[in-house]
Design a protein around this ligand. Structure first.
Ligand code: ATP
Ligand code: MG
Length: 426
């Protein structure tokens, strides 16, 4: 056992006991996205490293310490995508998708960040990302909120809190930056290393620090809302009005600045109190300058991403997880001589009643051992084929886990008999 290969820390297998829950969650997400008219885009997992450096920002945790970057055999620097927005912008530009806007897009897939693995924080995790290009209005920000709110309902998730903020335009952020540098500079001795590094490069990110020792200092810092330009202020007011008109409760969190550099105006997070420190389930905001930064003709953009592991963990905590379903039917020959007939019966069922899950017994053994296997699968009905059945050209239908009588019938009677047994059997 000592030499068995192990997966990389923070990169987990999703086992058959868990995949039904993943499928169910993905299914809910897909139907809500379709209901709002969003289109799927599939993006590569590897990109040129420069795609992320240009977009996410040099002073972010992601670029500074979390990216899986390496040189390929040609000496090109490549990176396993840490998030999807940068790739999505790269793709819409490369494929000229912005000729027809608004473009409402979504994607789902693994993301990679070299973080300290813990509950709700992995090195390979999965995001659903939603991006809207070519719409600058508060309505398009609000649409993301209404869509995600509907998603939580569809997933039966409760008790999420919506936090919102506005980051303003470039000029208001520049003024605010100066105010923050002036505020933090006298406290250099109190700042930790990452915050010190950000003091001149990107002081807004100090507000995003999770270091508990800094929280008091941060709480006294100037508030961005005092530096907002009029356009952003009006945008934010219109945005929150739409939320209120749709019965969506929100908290304005003036410290919400988000971990990536490309945001402006609206930013938001859906947070839970039920997952410890990893509280953000979904996060996003407007990023009107990114398309231009990445070489395209300026285009409005807004979007968000949600972490599937955290959603699934939360459903576990709230006890709404789906378990794998047992098969309905277990088909077996009573001994090896009737194997071919059993295979034909199982295939008959799959052709004629595909809604039922049919398992075929595939090993030898005495009848008792075969029945034990059938019981262990949790199947509700066994179908047996032996000497008597072969002669009569019939099969025996035997309810499992109850004392009900077994019935012998011909193949074409199976549909009716099975349906009735499965319904009355509960
Ligand atoms: P956090 O503050 O928790 O590190 P973040 O701001 O880095 O989150 P985003 O880049 O906004 O996260 O990603 C959007 C969502 O993806 C998060 O709200 C979270 O649900 C999920 N997510 C981010 N990083 C991880 C991770 N390492 N493991 C699992 N889920 C993650
Ligand atoms: Mg992070």
């Amino acid at each position: 056992m000592a030499n068995l290969a192990k997966s990389i820390r923070g990169m987990n297998d999703t086992l058959p006991t868990d995949t039904p829950e993943w499928r169910a969650v993905e299914g809910h997400i897909l139907s809500v996205l379709q209901c709002y008219g969003y289109h799927e885009i599939r993006l590569p997992i590897l990109e040129q490293t420069s795609v992320f450096h240009r977009s996410i920002g040099e002073q972010t945790d992601i670029v500074q310490k979390e990216m899986y970057s390496f040189e390929d055999r040609n000496g090109d620097s490549l990176t396993l995508r840490p998030e999807g927005t940068a790739s999505c912008v790269r793709a819409v530009l490369q494929n000229s998708l912005l000729q027809n806007v608004p473009q409402r897009l979504w994607y789902l897939g693994p993301m990679f960040r070299h973080e300290r693995p813990q509950r709700g924080r992995l090195r390979q995790f999965h995001q659903v990302g939603i991006e809207v290009f070519g719409a600058g209005s508060p309505q398009s920000d609000a649409e993301l909120i209404m869509l995600t709110r509907r998603l939580w309902d569809s997933l039966s998730i409760t008790n999420l809190r919506l936090e919102v903020n506005s980051l303003g335009n470039e000029e208001s952020r520049a003024n605010y930056r100066t105010a923050l540098v002036n505020y933090f500079s006298p406290f250099k001795k109190l700042l930790d290393e990452p915050s010190l590094a950000r003091l001149n490069s990107n002081p807004l990110r100090i507000l995003d620090s999770k270091n508990p020792d800094l929280q008091e200092l941060i709480s006294e810092a100037p508030s961005l809302s005092d530096y907002l330009d009029d356009d952003s202020k009006n945008h934010f007011i219109a945005f929150t009005k739409i939320l209120s008109a749709n019965n969506i409760k929100y908290t304005i969190n003036p410290r919400l600045v988000r971990g990536l550099d490309y945001y402006n105006k609206t930013v938001f997070e859906w947070v839970t109190e039920e997952l410890g420190a990893q509280s953000a389930i979904c996060a996003g905001g407007r990023y009107d300058s990114l398309v231009g930064t990445m070489g395209g003709k300026a285009s409005h953009a807004t979007g968000c991403a949600m972490g599937l592991e955290r959603i699934i963990e939360l459903r576990k905590v709230q006890q709404i997880t789906l378990s794998p379903q047992s098969p309905d039917i277990y088909v077996m020959a009573t001994d090896d001589n009737y194997e071919l007939l059993a295979i034909q019966t199982a295939e008959y069922l799959r052709s004629h009643i595909p809604a039922l899950k049919t398992i075929l017994h595939v090993s030898s053994g005495k009848l008792k051992a075969r029945m034990k296997k059938a019981d262990r699968t949790g199947a509700r009905i066994a179908i047996l084929i032996g000497a008597d059945e072969a002669v009569a050209k019939k099969v025996t239908v035997k309810p499992l886990q109850t004392n009900k009588q077994q019935i012998m019938c011909s193949e074409h009677e199976l549909k009716e008999i099975l349906n009735e047994m499965l319904v009355t059997n509960g």
